[in-house]
Write a protein that binds this ligand. Structure first.
Ligand SMILES: Nc1ncnc2c1ncn2[C@@H]1O[C@H](COP(=O)(O)OP(=O)(O)O)[C@@H](O)[C@H]1O
Ligand SMILES: [Mg+2]
Length: 346
């Protein structure tokens, strides 16, 4: 297992121009890659380091497949540019201008970054937090566009690619099986989906800009003067900004921990997020027109329903449960035709 000592941390901190000796450190996050493969040399360890006088810092140690130093450096540069543009985000330390640096510790090659620790992490979402998140995202989008920022990497929330909210592949790759059960329903869903995707694609050629790509609780904090800030650029990349805001808003409204539970919660959180965003970076009429189709596709092909949650389509197909599949497909069709208007107040 990858371990660090206070002596390792002291050496790294010194090289990053923090002269004081650390007094202690605590693990914030550890991915146990060696649970799956005991010989794995993959690492993601995030620690908080405290000093007597110097304010606390966060050190990230990484060695992950497909994550290069160049890549982490680009993510850090993006965060630094956002900060210059007025976005609250932790100060990132560097060695001679390089944020990401190679270390060999305890038999592991790791890439290290250091940033300030920020108090006030957001642990649960309510409408006020959702609105603030929307405002922050719009400010970040404005800075990214104005400063022409790019990370040149894929994101989790591009609806035209494999993404973390919805998945059409289970439906399309099982066409033969599903058509055998309900041919006309299958064809109907397929054709509605095709027509919606054509509409959503209208923004496909827009310039993509750098986005943080995971603006969710646990990556947000509220400062002492009640401003919202953001850390964790692990999933930053380039996206069409409209796709980013809608996908992130849906993500925030459906997959977070919430402060309360009431029937309109999801709708209200979504609405608060989008209204916050709109107050800084107004949506265009075309974006508002396309919104219902994107939401309908997200909802009909919800990733959990397709592959992970109880009664998901993949498992129904494996178990050959024709009646349940039929109900599932009816539900998909209903979600597709239930077009929700853009939820702006006033
Ligand atoms: N700069 C920071 N200030 C305060 N807490 C942080 C900071 N960076 C990370 N953390 C804490 O560590 C956790 C994991 O870090 P994060 O960068 O979000 O990693 P992951 O990519 O695994 O989500 C965060 O959810 C947060 O609790
Ligand atoms: Mg995170």
């Amino acid at each position: 297992m990858f371990e660090v000592t206070l002596a390792d941390i002291r050496k790294i901190a010194n090289e990053y121009s923090i002269d004081e000796c650390p007094t202690a450190f605590y693990e914030l996050q550890r991915y146990n890659y060696d649970e799956e493969n005991k010989d794995s040399k993959e690492v993601r360890l995030i620690i908080k380091v405290v000093f007597e006088k110097h304010s606390a810092v966060v050190i990230r140690f990484k060695n992950e497949r497909n994550v290069t130093k160049k890549h982490i450096e680009a993510q850090c540069r993006f965060a630094v540019q956002l900060s210059k543009g007025g976005i609250k985000t932790p100060y990132i330390y560097h060695i001679d201008g390089h944020y990401a640096n190679d270390y060999h510790i305890n038999g592991y090659d790791v890439i290290v970054t250091i940033e300030d620790f920020c108090d006030g992490e957001v642990k649960a979402v309510d409408e006020k937090i959702a609105r603030m998140t929307g405002v922050l995202l719009a400010q970040m989008h404005n800075v990214s566009e104005k400063m022409n920022l790019h990370v040149y990497d894929k994101v989790m929330f591009n609806p035209l690619l494999r993404n973390e909210l919805f998945d059409i592949s289970v439906f399309s790759e099982n066409k033969e099986i599903l058509r055998e059960i309900e041919p006309s329903l299958y064809d109907e869903i397929e054709s509605i989906t095709e027509s919606y995707l054509r509409k959503i694609e209208v923004f496909k050629e827009e310039t993509q800009y750098a986005v943080q790509g995971d603006i969710s609780l646990c990556n947000l904090y509220i400062t002492d003067d009640s401003e919202m800030g953001v850390f964790d650029y692990n999933n930053s990349g380039d996206n069409v900004l409209f796709y980013d805001v809608i996908m992130q808003a849906v993500f925030e409204s459906r997959l977070m921990d919430y402060k309360g539970d009431y029937p309109e919660r999801e709708q209200n959180i979504l609405s608060a997020f989008l209204n916050g965003y709109d107050s800084v970076r107004p949506f265009t009429n075309l974006q508002k027109d396309i919104y219902p189709y994107l939401c309908a596709v997200i909802s009909a092909y919800w990733l959990g329903d397709m592959s992970f949650d109880e009664g998901n389509l993949k498992s129904l197909i494996e178990k050959k449960q024709a009646d349940a599949i039929c109900r599932f497909m009816n539900n998909m069709r209903n979600r597709l035709i239930d077009l929700q208007e853009f939820p702006l107040f006033g």
